[in-house]
Design a protein around this ligand. Structure first.
Ligand code: HEC
Ligand code: HEC
Length: 198
């Protein structure tokens, strides 16, 4: 049932993309976003756990991420730096508006209820200030953590703590304080909490 819907969605979107392109010289937001669907899913709802869902992230956060990927000294990535280079500021703006308007689908993920419960407390203490509403809000322009793929969050937090991807100074302080107070298991508990949210 689920799969059928998805396949149908792809066909419908594919049809729209073709008709959109044949009339105007410039690509529409949907055309542009469709080129990301192979990895980030239809409407930015990724079905691969190593690739983040983009649906619902703020245009500010999206734009910053893309500009940072373009910058050779900017945000670390396995693949996105190469992709981001292919898009102009104007195209990034169009896509930012598109993804911000999509509804995030929080996929079923297997999580440990005990760890998630511990993670909830940790989140309140160390993360809620900037990742509001249990990490569900996009308004703080810091991405969406609640319902994001746990595997992606694992990679991302490893990149942050190893220094591959730079944290903002204030976030770094909190993450380091948490590790000092609670040890390495704290991050895993947080990730179970984010993965548990529907
Ligand atoms: C080949 C697969 C692939 C394609 C195609 C792709 N992405 Fe990505 N994207 C990734 C992966 C993997 C990551 C995680 C960072 C990394 O390792 O590159 C990512 C991360 C991102 C992020 C960061 C999200 C966050 O939560 O911080 C943004 C924004 C993004 N991609 C936008 C796009 C856009 C826009 C397109 C289409 C123009 C696109 N991507 C096409 C694989 C892909
Ligand atoms: C002082 C504010 C602040 C605090 C506290 C904070 N963060 Fe962040 N966080 C940010 C900002 C701003 C970004 C986006 C900027 C960037 O890409 O570096 C971000 C990005 C992230 C991302 C990347 C999201 C993505 O889609 O790639 C993760 C994961 C994350 N934070 C986890 C945490 C966790 C876990 C905590 C608590 C231990 C925490 N943050 C505490 C401000 C904060």
């Amino acid at each position: 049932m689920k799969l059928n819907k998805k396949v149908l969605g792809l066909i419908v979107l594919g049809g729209l993309a073709v008709s959109g392109n044949s009339w105007s010289g410039t690509a529409s937001a949907l055309d542009l976003a469709n080129s990301c669907a192979g990895c980030h899913g239809v409407d930015g709802n990724s079905v691969g756990p190593a690739t983040p869902t983009l649906a619902g992230i703020s245009s500010e956060y999206f734009t910053e991420a893309m500009e940072n990927y373009k910058d050779p000294e900017g945000r670390y990535s396995t693949i996105m730096s190469r992709i981001a280079k292919g898009y102009t500021e104007e195209e990034i703006k169009l896509m930012a508006g598109y993804f911000a308007k999509q509804k995030m689908i929080r996929q079923d993920q297997s999580f440990d209820a005990k760890q998630a419960k511990a993670g909830k407390k940790l989140h309140k203490k160390y993360c809620e200030k900037c990742h509001e509403d249990g990490g569900r809000s996009s308004e703080d322009d810091a991405g969406i953590l609640a319902g994001q793929w746990m595997e992606y969050l694992h990679f991302t937090m490893d990149d942050f703590t190893s220094g591959k991807r730079e944290m903002t100074k204030k976030m770094k302080k909190k993450v380091q304080k948490m590790e000092k107070d609670k040890g390495a298991k704290a991050m895993t508990q947080l990730i179970h909490y984010y993965g548990s949210q529907k």
